[in-house]
Design a protein around this ligand. Sequence first.
Ligand code: SF4
Ligand SMILES: [Zn+2]
Length: 275
Amino acid sequence: MKIELLKLDKKQNKLSFILRNANHAFANAIRRNAIEEVPVMAIEDVEFRNNSSVIYDEIIAHRLGLIPLTTDLKSYNLPDKCKCNGKGCAQCQLKLILKVLGQGVVYSSDITSTDPKVKPTYQKIPIVKLLKGQKLEFEATANLGKGKDHTKWSPGLVYYKDMPIININKQCKNPEVVVEQCPQNVFEVKNNNLVLNKDNLLNCHLCNACVDICEPKGTITLDKNDKDFIFYVESWGQLESKEIIIEALKIIKDTSDEFIKEIKKKPVKEKASKK
Ligand code: SF4
Ligand SMILES: [Zn+2]
């Protein structure tokens, strides 16, 4: 197995890489663990002290849950794995407070966190618009959770596609049309011949348009390699895009270790017969 990093965009918190010599099952295990099992922080409970805005408490609470919070995985436990057994303690939850008197838009930047490491990732997320004299005041509780329980706890979008294999087998009679119709600019014309634009080859999303358009039929053949996968990771902002994949792989490793430990144990029937 080999990893080839294609792009790491720290500003946009995006990552792309090629996973080589793997298989669909492993590629999909990375994807599913990344979006469903890697925990992140999100607001779970909101206690409203005052809300004279035009929006109901429930709607504001829903909006608050969807605000991405910077996540510090080293300092917090998942509630069900915490020594407090999910009752709530400093190791598994924190408070976020807001108190605003209108008029104006209340933004995510108005929220004050009791832990500076856990705060809204983006400052300009509008929560509600207050008219003159209207108030919004609440104390919210955030905790770690998993995307499989609610999408507010999903760290981002992770997807992959098969590596395209494109061959131009003979001279294409309508190269300009193919260049124009390919949505990903995978082709170019050089000396009246259709050739591949190597810089854009990985952008091909296997739509098959070039195969259908190119004359005569059979000039272009399109296939996919089922051992190499092009991955794209787009973080919602709670974790670094690289961290999402690293955490997903740690979860796969821990689950596999647990599986090995369990399978080494004596069969239940054998234990019973010895008694
Ligand atoms: S399959 Fe679609 S995206 Fe890929 S090269 Fe052909 S036209 Fe372009
Ligand atoms: Zn706890």
